[in-house]
Structure formats: C-alpha cells, structure tokens
Design a protein around this ligand. Sequence first.
Ligand code: AMP
Length: 286
Amino acid sequence: MQGHYMLIFERNSELKIHLDRIRAESRQIGFVPTMGALHAGHISLINESKKRGLFTVCSIFVNPTQFNDKKDLENYPRTPQADIDMLRQSGCDALFMPTTEEVYPKEDVRIFNFGELETVLEGAHRPGHFNGVAKVVSILFDKVHPDVAFFGSKDYQQVMIVKALVKQLNLPIQIVPCPIIREPDGLAMSSRNMRLTKEEREAAKLIPLLLNESKIFFKAQKPISEIKAFIASKLAQKSIYKLEYFEICNSESLQILTDKKEVKQGIALIACFVGNIRLIDNLILD
Ligand code: AMP
C-alpha cells in the first residue's frame, strides 16, 4: 500500500537517536499513545497533530499494567499490519512499537495518587487501572519527550488523569483532548467494537441514543435521579446489556451530581457490557 514514509522503531535507543535529531532541527514533537487495533478515532488524533505541523509519533503498546482483567488483556485485539498501513496513509512520521521488556525492564512499583478522581467511574470499577495508565504514560512521555500529546475524550476520565499526571511530575507537555469519533449510527469508535457479534453490534447503538436522551432530559430540568432510573430501566429490558454505571458529573471535576443546580456544565458517562464486551461512552450535557 502506498503512503507517507514512516519510520518504525521497536527499540527505545533507536527512537531516541532519531528524535534527538528532530529536536536538533528545532522541530516540535506531537505524540499519540495507543494500544493499536487502530480506527478513525485514533487517526483523528494523528491528524490533529499533523495539522499543527508537529513531527508526529504514534506508539502502539498493549499495556499489561492497566488491565485489571487478565482475560481482557489476552483478548485485546491486535492488528499490527493493518495499523502500520493506516498510520502510513495518515501521514504519521514515526511509530514506536516496543516490547513489554522495553517498557518495563523491571517491575514498576510506583503508586500514584489522583485523589477523588480515582474513586469514581472507571476508577471505582477498574481497580488499579489508572495507576497502570499513569505508569505507561509517564514511561512513554519519558521516551518520546513530546511537546504536545493528544488524547481522545472518549476516555474522558483518562484525559483528566493524564493532565493531573503532567502537573504532578511537572512535565513541559501540553495535553490536547480531542472529540469522540463515532460510527454513522452514533456508536463511539473503539478497538473493542471489532469483538462484538452482529447482534451485539446492533444492540450497542442504544448506548449513544441513551446518552442523547439523557441530554434532552437534563436540559428539560428532569431530576437526575429520574434520568438515571430511566437509563437503567431501558438497559434492564434486554439481557444482552449489563449496566456498570451511568452517572451525571461535573465536567470539570467528575464529581457525581445529584442536582443540576450544583454545576456549570454536566457530563453523562456510561460503562455498559454488551454481551461480554465492556463499552464506555460520554456526552457533554451543558
Ligand atoms: P486506546 O488505543 O483505546 O488506548 O486509545 C488510544 C487513544 O485514542 C486514547 O487517547 C483514546 O481516548 C483515543 N480514542 C479511542 N477511541 C476514540 C474515538 N472514538 N474518538 C476519539 N479518540 C479515541
């Protein structure tokens, strides 16, 4: 497949030599960390970096420390050749595909503290997840030394964790949140979507529909407890769904809200199993 010239590095030492050269030319580096099985959502982050004229580095690394479920790690989709083709087409300048030994030459025993942020939503339901995210992001930032790093708002809480991490470690990296890219029927793009059966894929489109309904109710001043009961009852109608959480939060702090008046801007966040696949999504409510 034709495309842009893209360097591929598996070793940290080779990546470093090349990026030092880029920096010596006074070019700035944009970074897009991913776990692969790439789709248009990932590519939108690459595009955002390219648009700003940055030397754009993507990483693909399925990070074991952020999986609290071993089966989920084993089943995580891996499509390296298709990923390389997509990245070439997108104009990405360099791809870093390290091995686990390269990222974790010895066990990383650091424990991060993100306060309240870790106690809600994904933090509450996936123990250790954000600590693993913080480990890998800090290691990758240390290897790439980007000026700017791009993250998708689909993982809204993750963006807040990464911003807090950069602040705690005092890193000179600008974090840019990017919009959620969706399928034509509204389903948020995700690497996990490719593991949905036909029936589950069909059922999954209810998730963005419910987020949209919650926005209409929220704007119409419906009590939050009633919105939550409505969403839960809709998902309880079919056994294919298993709702893990649906919350309406303050979009700046992710504090869970019980009353609309408490907040300038609300956000609805959901995690729901469709069959065996756990999907997350969110929508700003205003
Ligand atoms: P992942 O490979 O799932 O770890 O995702 C890598 C990056 O892509 C993260 O910053 C995600 O938030 C982002 N991302 C994943 N899906 C989407 C999407 N549908 N729209 C925008 N960004 C996304």
